[in-house]
Design a protein around this ligand. Structure first.
Ligand code: MN
Length: 170
């Protein structure tokens, strides 16, 4: 049985979003998209994706900073984050791992390999601890016994306050 996974794609470039969306949808994934750190944080307040694909060069808060922040947030820290890194010469891959990313995929993405890379990252993290779930994205309900959304909401506000520019609509 095909179990549909949810992927959050954080990317400010429209064309890159379309390409990744088409590839992922062709394989049956559910996708949510964010163009900047604030939209990403707002999505993670509502959804608990199985994988985050993280562009590094984002307006305002960059992908390294956002990853580092997300890895400190209960309920989010266990979600694998895969950087989409463009510049090997600049050490982007090493920096992405240092910032807390669980791996990286080179940009431009190889459309023949991309879906295998994505499914590898999801498969290798499928034994996530259920207590870190935030909200079931299908039912919209929080797990019993705790409401980690409050922690996340505070973190979202702190993140936004650290760079007021990300509030601006682009
Ligand atoms: Mn970008």
């Amino acid at each position: 049985m095909l179990v549909s996974k949810l992927i959050l794609h954080i990317e400010d470039n429209f064309d890159n979003r379309i390409l990744v969306r088409r590839l992922l949808q062709s394989a049956g994934y559910h996708i949510i998209e964010a163009e900047n750190a604030y939209q990403a944080a707002a999505s993670l307040y509502k959804y608990s994706p199985d994988l985050i694909l993280m562009d590094i060069n984002l307006p305002g808060i960059d992908g390294y900073t956002l990853t580092h922040k997300l890895k400190t947030i209960p309920g989010v820290s266990k979600i694998p984050i895969v950087a989409i890194t463009a510049n090997a010469m600049r050490g982007d891959r090493e920096r992405s791992l240092l910032s807390g990313c669980d791996g990286y995929i080179e940009k431009p993405i190889d459309i023949d390999k991309f879906l295998d890379q994505v499914s590898d990252f999801i498969t290798n993290h499928k034994t996530r601890d259920g207590k870190f779930e935030i909200i079931d994205y299908k039912t919209g309900t929080a797990p019993k016994g705790r409401d980690p959304r409050k922690d996340l909401q505070l973190s979202v506000y702190a993140l936004a306050a650290s760079d007021p520019g990300i509030w601006n609509e682009r």
